[in-house]
Design a protein. Structure first.
Length: 605
């Protein structure tokens, strides 16, 4: 029997391994920029063409590589970051596996131009599918210049499953933000298809956060600072008034590396307990400095999952630090009363104004029981005093009697009572109760209005029949680069649904009009919420329409606690039962339920 196990060719093994590290163009940007940071670069330039499908180019002014190092850097598990296994517990660099460049070279066409400071001539290297095509001397500045072209050119299946350019560019911006937020001392630029998306100068950490997410965030940041033997924590958390449901900037970094940590996220949210409505979150940017031996980053190739040795202790330190920041910096605003025309109230001065001690006078001979004056009315005449009151109350009871006796009831009086009695009842400003043939129907008024508005907005998106309500003064909105990409993609849909948006450049948009029937809603807050909801469905037009319609319906629906009269409840019920689905909201939440008559009889039996 012949043997069936055989070694895979290096090209196939490299493509399999590359699938773990290089998942999309954003992975290429992340790995190359992190290498530039590790090389000591002070200026890093990133250029993207077609969301990374056609080109990803990273240029830095780091220390560069020699001719031998440039060739060896593309060999698997070749790295300058570690030498032995013990070095994994004292990592000071972003990368250490030696897999990034070989993985990129296995699935793309790569060109590298690099030179060290003490060398006069640099090196130019070309690779295609892990094979070195050309190597020659080149004249170039100090640093490295990586050009990654035609990503996944030799893996058609992987290239086919890439998302739309808007989605991939959004992922690139997300990966880019996670790096630039850690290194405010490094200048970064990012260009997409020749258009500048980010130009970040060197500065402080707070300035870098505002440069990335907008200067408006500056007024909502509270500094967090604590230094202990176990760890040092610094950064910023948002004020309670900056809380949002979606699209919140939540960032954890440990030793300069971005991480996801649900346990530490709970520590931050617990600190804002009872300060925020349910489902709301505040932005935060928390930076941990921990001894490298106390953490393990070698869990996954993406290095976003990190284990801590003193996890519970750090949780308590983080929670206490955030609570302290809230208590120290959330000052209660002073009330500025209008002082114009107020009376001049003199101020008491004990040294100038002499005040005599008040004296109490009384008659020691007064005795109320010795009063011999007759009462104005005797006990025998009380009927005369209350005769008018008794007569009026008796007539009032007769006028307000709810039920007419059977012997005097007429058809017209019964019809009048039926017309005045309400057909629906509102319970605690949230539920509408109405009698049906099988029992008692309970309708959630907010969810019912969400279902009604959702179907209305979906119809407007398909028919282009939305009505626009012009604003008296235009509102100017500032979006982050990642949000601006989504806005450009969904701008036609926003206009179809009734928004009037004008691109002012640089991520700024002017809001000149909003959909009708949105009285009392802040258009800036509304649009930020809708953009966050729409980001998940940019690549699918049908899903995009659904997300936009649902987000607008949630924000515009009748809020919990709003009192409705019988006419409004009747209209809401009629519109609900005209919908295609009366039982559930578009996101699957129950709209109504029926309490059977048999259950009511059992409860009262």
């Amino acid at each position: 029997m012949s043997d069936i196990i055989q070694l895979l060719p290096d090209s196939v093994a490299n493509q399999i391994a590359a699938g773990e590290v290089i998942q999309r163009p954003a992975s290429v940007v992340k790995e190359l920029v992190e290498n530039s940071v590790d090389a000591g670069a002070r200026n890093i330039h990133v250029q993207i063409v077609d969301a990374g499908r056609t080109l990803v180019q990273v240029i830095d002014d780091g220390k560069g590589m020699s001719e031998t190092d440039a060739r060896l850097a593309f060999e698997r598990h070749a790295t300058s970051k570690i030498r032995k296994a013990d070095d994994l517990f004292s990592l000071q660099t972003m990368g250490f596996r030696g897999e990034a460049l070989p993985s990129i070279a296995a699935v793309a066409q790569v060109e590298l131009t690099t030179r060290m400071e003490d060398e006069e001539i640099g090196t130019h290297l070309s690779l295609q599918g892990s094979r070195i095509v050309q190597q020659e001397p080149a004249s170039c500045p100090v640093g490295s210049n990586f050009k990654v072209e035609n990503l996944f050119f030799n893996v058609p299946a992987r290239r086919k499953f890439l998302k739309t350019n808007a989605t991939e560019l959004s992922n690139i911006l997300m990966a880019f933000e996670r790096i630039v937020l850690v290194y405010p001392e490094i200048a970064f630029t990012l260009h997409s298809n020749g258009q500048e998306l980010m130009n970040l100068k060197t500065g402080s950490l707070r300035q870098r956060i505002c440069d990335v997410f907008g200067k408006k965030l500056n007024q909502d940041l509270l500094p967090v600072e604590v230094d202990t033997v176990i760890c040092r924590i610094r950064g910023f958390v948002g004020k309670p008034e900056s809380a949002k449901k979606k699209g919140v900037q939540n960032y954890f970094f440990v030793n300069g590396r971005f991480m996801k940590h649900a346990y530490f996220h709970k520590a931050v949210t617990n600190a804002f307990e009872r300060l925020l409505p349910e489902g709301m979150q505040v932005p935060y940017f928390i930076y941990f400095e921990v001894a490298p031996a106390d953490i393990d980053v070698n869990i996954h190739p993406t290095k976003t999952e990190i284990k801590f040795e003193n996890e519970q202790s750090i949780w308590q330190i983080l929670s206490a630090a955030v609570k302290e920041a809230i208590g120290r910096f959330c000052d209660v605003p002073t009330i500025d009363f209008d002082s114009e025309g107020r009376p001049d109230i003199p101020v008491f001065d004990p040294l100038r104004d002499s005040v005599a001690t008040p004296k109490v006078t009384y008659n020691p001979d007064y005795n109320p029981f010795k009063n011999k004056e007759p009462h104005s009315s005797s006990g025998d005449s009380w009927q005369q005093l209350y005769e008018g009151a008794l007569h009026s109350s008796r007539s009032q009871v007769e006028q307000t009697e709810l039920f007419v006796p059977d012997e005097t009831a007429t058809d017209s009086s019964l019809d009048l009572i039926a017309e005045k009695s309400p057909t629906h009842y509102q319970y605690k400003g949230r539920y509408i109760l109405t009698a049906v043939k099988s029992g008692l129907m309970i309708i959630d008024q907010h969810r019912a209005d969400v279902r009604i508005r959702y179907e209305r907005y979906v119809d407007q998106l398909s028919r282009h029949t939305a009505r626009i309500q012009r604003l008296l003064f235009s509102e100017v909105m500032q979006f982050s680069p990642a949000e601006a990409v989504v806005v450009q993609k969904v701008l036609p849909e926003l206009q179809r649904i009734g928004f009037d948006l004008t691109d002012l450049g640089g991520g700024s948009f002017a809001v000149g009009g909003v959909p009708a029937e949105l009285d009392g809603l802040n258009p800036v807050t509304l649009l930020h919420s809708m953009i966050a909801d729409a980001a998940a469905g940019v690549s699918d037009p049908q899903l995009l329409h659904s997300n936009l319609a649902l987000s607008l319906a949630r924000n515009a629906a009748i809020p919990v606690g709003q009192v409705l009269d019988n006419e409004e409840m009747e209209r809401l019920v009629n519109e609900l039962f005209a919908c295609s689905n009366v039982n559930y909201t578009p996101d699957g939440r129950t709209v109504l339920c029926i309490l059977p008559q048999s259950d009511i009889d059992k409860l009262l039996g």
